[in-house]
Design a protein around this ligand. Structure first.
Ligand code: ADP
Length: 250
């Protein structure tokens, strides 16, 4: 679903992604872990084309969405491919970014109605099912401010699902939540994983990574230091940098 080779990204002189290669299989869950500032969010934003890339190859669902170096020159992917991959890629942010003046149901319906231009009736029925799926069937008419952070984040997940994405990107989806609300969001994410959704998740929740990830990728200083199963990367890390990071957070 995602194939990244030799990805580089700098902000001015700051090399944020030095040479990142990574594959994500369809139907699998990959957790990106690593210290703050190691480039995890930037990598996610590159995958969703919220950032341009400086070099490398980025394929989403077989479509070239990044630049490719050919005979020393960067060749940008076709704009159509980028737009398509954007609608096929859902993103869930640390801050939920719901529309404050729209109800839970309206938030979930927004994308399919206004971006995909699908009929309201059909979209509403689907949105109600999605709210049920994230355990919020009883909150369809509530406004974001009336809901807890955990509930808002579950609505944000339902909103991402409403676009029927092939791939979901999560950027520290539980970092802004009070500790007692983290579990309900992780439970929804585990359900999605069990249903075969392809997910790339930046997270500090190593328990979630152990339980739900097929692949754990440890990044530090803009490179992938180590990747593999949770059992190997978290349970039996081979690199000193991985061990040092885990000893700080476990
Ligand atoms: P992580 O998610 O691992 O904490 P980030 O990808 O957020 O790391 O950030 C990596 C580095 O990139 C940091 O040094 C950060 O300051 C820098 N950075 C991220 N976004 C921008 C931006 N839009 N402009 C300039 N620097 C940025």
């Amino acid at each position: 679903m995602i194939e990244i080779r030799g990805l580089r990204k700098s902000f001015r002189d700051n090399v944020v992604l030095a040479d990142v290669s990574l594959s994500v299989e369809a139907g699998s869950v990959t957790c990106l872990i690593g210290p703050s500032g190691s480039g995890k969010t930037t990598l996610l934003r590159c995958v969703n084309r919220l950032e341009t890339i400086d070099a490398g190859i980025l394929l989403v669902d077989g479509q070239l969405v990044g630049a490719e170096r050919r005979r020393g020159r960067l060749v940008e992917a076709r704009p159509g491919a980028i737009a398509r991959s954007r609608t096929q890629t859902g993103m869930v942010f640390q801050r939920f970014n719901l529309f404050p003046h729209r109800t839970a149901l309206e938030n979930v319906m927004e994308g399919p109605v206004h971006v995909l231009r699908r009929p309201r009736g059909e979209v509403q029925a689907e949105a109600e099912r999605l709210l049920e799926r994230v355990g919020l069937a009883h909150k369809t008419d509530a406004y974001p401010q009336e809901l807890s952070g955990g509930q808002q984040q579950r609505i944000a997940i339902a909103r991402a699902l409403a676009m029927q994405p092939k791939l979901l990107l999560f950027d520290e989806p539980t970092s802004a939540l009070d500790p007692e609300l983290v579990g309900e969001v992780l439970a929804v994410m585990k359900d999605l994983a069990a249903e075969g959704m392809t997910m790339l998740v930046v997270t500090h929740e190593l328990g979630f990574a152990r339980e739900a990830a097929d692949q754990v990728v440890f990044m530090d200083g803009g490179v992938v230091v180590e990747s593999g199963t949770p059992e190997s990367v978290i349970g039996d890390p081979q690199q000193d940098r991985t061990r040092a990071f885990l000893s700080r957070v476990l």
